[in-house]
Write a protein that binds this ligand. Sequence first.
Ligand code: FRU
Length: 480
Amino acid sequence: MTTRDEQLRDEALQMVEENEELVSQDPYRLSYHLMPPVGLLNDPNGFIQWKGTYHLFYQWLPFKTDHGAKFWGHYSSTDLVDWTHEPIALTPSEWFEKNGCYSGSTIDHDGKLYLFYTGNVKDEAGNRETYQCVAISEDGLDFDKKGPVVHLPDGYTAHFRDPKVWKKDGLYYMVVGAQSKELTGKVALFRSSDLEEWELMGNAAGSYQGGLHDFGYMWECPDLFELDGNDVLIVSPQGLEAKGMNYQNVYQAGYFVGKLDYSTGSLSHGEFVELDRGFDFYAPQTTEDEKGRRLLVAWMSVPDQNEQDHPTIAYKWIHNMTIPRELKLMNGHIYQQPVEELKQLRKGSAVYYDVTLLDEERVFEGVAGKSMELIVEELAIEEEFQVRIGGDVRLSFNRKQGVFTMERTSYVDGSREKRQCELHQLTKLQVYVDHSSVEAFINDGAEVFTCRFFPSPKDESVRFMARGEVKGKLEKYGLK
Ligand code: FRU
């Protein structure tokens, strides 16, 4: 360990200790979502199940609730439910990462954990340099930095980051989020036989290729994997213009389904589809676990989207992850489901109701809380059905319009704001509420809406509203 590394670790731990009490007093602290102990959390990194244990690293700035020279924080778990905060995995201590150990991934190689990340460097004039680096661990806790293995190739700007590595037929592949010299978003693909020497194959996908026209000026956090016989590219493009109900956030996160030609490195693919239709979802990362499931976790925020107006800043922390979700591909569409293990969060006895509403608004005894799971299924909706959480977030389905809406009170100016998607029919709604977050899974995860919200801390209410007749089965669980 270098002295700079030790110094940064000490300073970070000091920040944690000094602010522990203040942070814990925030009524908007979540109970079962991963958060930073202090400071800012953004992208999930290095998600893997390794030797039985799940590891989820995260972009972390311990010193302020803003972006800057990121660390890799580290959580581990054996069941995706109870997480342990582990010692810091990476500090930005070396010349090749001095302005941040940016996002990346992990992979097992000969029983060791290889961690790939972007070393972000800025010179005095603010010019950026980028290095794709590797660090190796024998125990999954201490990482030995080996430095850069990929230097910026010709044809790209220094917006070149977030390596995701996987193995296929005895070779290793790496996708990197990139911007071409023409200022268009790309995904660069590399190949290696030993994880050390990397050969650039070309752009697997991007603006002005694979049937796309202009599709953003930068693509961040690519992730390429096989799902139910297809190849899926998940990516977070920047620079898409809002179009009807689509692309309403500042930046997007979504996927393409296709086929990667491993000899040419080019991905033929269909249309870009947003993974989550809510306000707060970005930079998702997946892993295949030992059960063969494809699991996803995302950052529950969006860069540059009024981050500095979050009320939790007063308590010296900001942002959290989504719950882990399992992905399935059906008829070319990704379905996201909360991982099964989350049932372990349920506590106390469940509350059930056979619901019939007719042009009315109702509350149901026992259906309230700050940390809960709601399921409404076998829904039959004549005109409109709404669920209002904590007097703030409203989830509604309007059958005539064929539209599902998530609405919340803006934490910037108190106005009401909404996100929407087309939906033919609402048959099932499963909602995870956790103090200041809502994740709504529609029709078994065909669509998902995620957001933060900052309700009056005392309001635990859930109100149901119907226009015309609504029938369904309601189930509620308190969560830990
Ligand atoms: C996405 C991102 C990544 C980068 C990281 C820095 O949110 O901008 O592209 O590696 O955050 O924290």
